[in-house]
Design a protein around this ligand. Structure first.
Ligand SMILES: NC(=O)c1ccc[n+]([C@@H]2O[C@H](COP(=O)([O-])OP(=O)(O)OC[C@H]3O[C@@H](n4cnc5c(N)ncnc54)[C@H](O)[C@@H]3O)[C@@H](O)[C@H]2O)c1
Ligand SMILES: O=C(O)C[C@H](O)C(=O)O
Ligand SMILES: [Mg+2]
Length: 637
């Protein structure tokens, strides 16, 4: 009867001792109510009018409590209640008063959600229409996931920008205001020593994929603390819709180690810890304990790290990647996406993949994403015959302090950046991007800086257009407000000759009677399929070669007719098929590397591509209604 407990709001005295001695009972009693003890001692219950109004019997635990409107208090559950009702890990750390909860709802009541933060709506390139649609889909997801995923899958191109970038950026900025019910799990630095127990509060015994953030770098929006949970939720929506993971077997997580976003921290509605962001050994202790806890309960799960800041993203990936099926989406998913896009752009130019090694590449942003991209493209160049040094010499990397050269203070340069720091005389430390572009005449310009202000200015775009017949320009920062330039700007300043892609979706550009395609260079092409391949193949870890194979698979899916129109990636209308092919590439590479540990995957692979594809498709969740009751034979549903 471990699932039944007794608690009171006072959490002390006779209630608790009685609770311990009477297993099977669960009482929630209001402060000052002493009926229970006296009834127990006299044996005869005195007449108490309306007694039923002052006592609640709770025979539930965990999510069942949160999903019961009669007993649910949401973020107002106190520490002892969270402990005793198995709610720890299912709610954000901060305990809110009913007054704060009332304030949150009153805003909605008075003004409606689309007015919650009109400044942010406009600023983030998200329209009220986006917010309205987000609202509809979010409520549907809370009511009926089968219907939600059916709609998302069948309207993917239209709805991905609502559940994912850019609207998810707006949702994260406003998460503390639009929050209605918890989703996923919340761990915090206050939970040290408890996480192994807390993971058992999650109701599902099988979890195939976990996406975790610490909220430290949410898209290009900076440190958003626990508000960042919106990102793992959005990513896992795509795991289900795009790759076919089962919705009950995915787990979004936020780890709350504080936030340096003071405005958020001091907001009475913010639900995270009110402390500055933790760093150093103690931070790693928290993440280590979390990884051990989830991997202890769900050892076969894929664990995706998402939107961790630059200081921790690479170290965390290297800390865990040899031990578990772990990958960092911003580093590796983005890298594979950018490489796939470059191969696609070369195909648009009518060039073979080997032309990769001839490119001169300017990358703006030397963070997790930028350096992941640089490393992977360099790996691709080596595959086509360049030495390590030759490959490194084909990159010019600018960060907030300008061009990175070997003269940069080594203490202020991440280890991953050092091999790519420019070493020759003519490269000047800190040189401005425009000067670099004019001098180097790059064939490819990639933006992953995540800042406002359109870093690819008209002069920079014009310079790209002057030295290239078809300049390759990827403005990959998210959300739309952080893109280095718009599709329209890129085409306008290059006379419509740019091969252009953006991280968040942008409309194609109409120019002189032609439609100039804007592709979407977003890691959504990678992470669902990579995780699916790793999970189905039981690959135990996710190697660089698996990601390379995934990157190489994508451009083969762009039909000639689309290449002729300037499409760099396959159409997102076929996202299930794309994810399936990415998964197959991962499985095939895992086999070659000796890491394919699922014998059924090996058997399917050995029967050839069609059999492997059928096998993968057979494992993809289809969002359709199934009978939930056993029916006698012959009886229709
Ligand atoms: N399209 C995609 O699939 C995709 C994937 C991952 C990340 N991103 C986007 O990339 C951006 C960066 O992500 P990250 O994880 O690398 O962040 P990060 O914080 O790790 O790195 C940001 C980098 O940008 C540099 N920078 C800042 N201001 C600059 C300026 N004015 N000029 C030049 N460089 C500047 C910083 O010095 C740093 O090197 C975000 O907007 C994120 O949304 C896009
Ligand atoms: O979330 C996205 O849309 C892509 C990427 O992971 C990012 O951090 O911007
Ligand atoms: Mg990300």
């Amino acid at each position: 009867m471990a699932s039944r407990i007794l608690a009171s709001t006072t959490e002390s005295g006779p209630f608790l001792s009685l609770a311990r001695s009477v297993p099977g009972l669960a009482f929630l009693s209001y402060p000052g109510c002493s009926t229970f003890a006296s009834v127990a001692s006299s044996g005869l219950s005195p007449y108490k009018p309306h007694e039923f109004e002052s006592t609640n019997i709770v025979r539930k635990k965990g999510q069942d409590v949160l999903h019961d409107p009669l007993v649910n208090k949401g973020t107002a559950f106190g520490i002892a209640e969270r402990e005793r009702l198995a709610l720890r890990g299912l709610l954000p750390a901060r305990i809110l008063s009913m007054e704060a909860q009332v304030n949150r709802i009153m805003e909605d009541y008075q003004y409606g959600r689309d007015y919650i933060d009109p400044v942010n709506v406009k600023d983030e390139g998200v329209t009220k229409e986006h917010v309205r649609k987000w609202n509809v889909l979010q409520q549907l997801q809370d009511r009926n996931e089968t219907l939600f995923y059916n709609m998302l899958l069948n309207n993917f191109v239209d709805m991905a920008p609502i559940v994912y970038t850019p609207t998810v950026g707006w949702a994260c900025l406003n998460y503390h205001k639009v929050y209605r019910r918890p989703r996923g799990m919340y761990f915090s630095s206050e939970d040290i020593g408890e996480m192994n127990a807390m993971v058992w509060h999650w109701p599902e015994n099988e979890v195939d994929a976990i996406v975790v953030t610490d909220g430290s770098r949410i898209l290009g929006l900076g440190d958003l603390g626990v508000n960042g949970l919106g990102i793992p939720i959005g990513k896992l929506d795509l795991y289900v819709a795009a790759a076919g993971f089962h919705p009950t077997r995915v787990l979004p997580v936020v780890i709350d180690v504080g936030t340096d976003n003071e405005a958020l921290r001091s907001d009475p509605l913010y639900m995270g810890l009110n402390q500055p962001r933790m760093t150093g050994a103690r931070y790693y202790e928290v993440i280590d304990e979390f990884v051990r806890a989830v991997m202890g309960r769900w050892p076969r799960s894929v664990l995706q790290f998402e939107d961790f800041n630059m200081a921790n993203a690479h170290p965390l990936l290297h800390r865990y990647r040899d031990h578990h099926m772990v990958f960092n989406d911003d580093i590796q998913g983005t890298a594979a996406t950018a490489l796939a896009g470059l191969y696609g752009a070369l195909a648009v130019q009518g060039k073979p993949v080997t032309a990769l090694k001839e490119q001169r590449i300017c990358v703006v942003g030397a963070g997790s994403a930028g350096m992941g991209v640089v490393q992977m493209i360099a790996q691709g160049m080596r595959k086509h015959g360049l030495s390590e040094e030759e490959a490194q010499a084909r990159f010019w990397i600018n960060d907030k302090d300008g061009l990175i050269t070997s003269k940069r203070d080594p203490a202020a340069t991440m280890d991953v950046v050092k091999p790519f720091a420019r070493k020759v005389e003519e490269d000047v430390e800190g040189e401005r991007l425009l000067d670099v572009v004019k001098r180097v005449k790059p064939t490819v310009l990639i933006g992953l800086a995540g800042v406002r202000g359109r870093l690819f200015t008209s002069d920079i775009l014009k310079a790209m257009g002057e030295t290239n017949e078809q300049p390759i320009i990827f403005a990959m920062s998210n959300p739309t407000s952080r893109a280095e330039c718009t599709a329209e700007e890129a085409q306008k300043h290059t006379d419509g000759r740019a091969i252009f892609a953006s991280g968040s979706p942008m409309a194609d550009v109409e120019m002189n009677g032609r439609t100039l395609i804007c592709s979407q260079a977003n890691n959504l092409y990678m992470f669902p399929g990579v995780a699916l391949g790793a999970r189905l193949g039981a690959t135990h870890h996710i190697s660089d070669n698996m990601l390379m194979a995934a990157a190489e698979a994508i451009p083969t899916l762009v039909p000639k007719s689309d290449l002729d129109r300037g499409c760099v990636y396959p159409s997102l209308h076929r996202i299930r098929h794309i994810s399936c092919r990415v998964a197959m590439a991962v499985i095939t590479m895992a086999y070659e590397e000796g890491h394919l540990h699922n014998p059924r995957a090996v058997a399917a692979l050995k029967q050839g591509d069609d059999a492997l594809e059928d096998w993968v498709v057979d494992h993809q969740y289809v969002p359709e209604y199934r009978t939930l009751i056993e029916l006698p034979q012959g009886v229709m549903e």
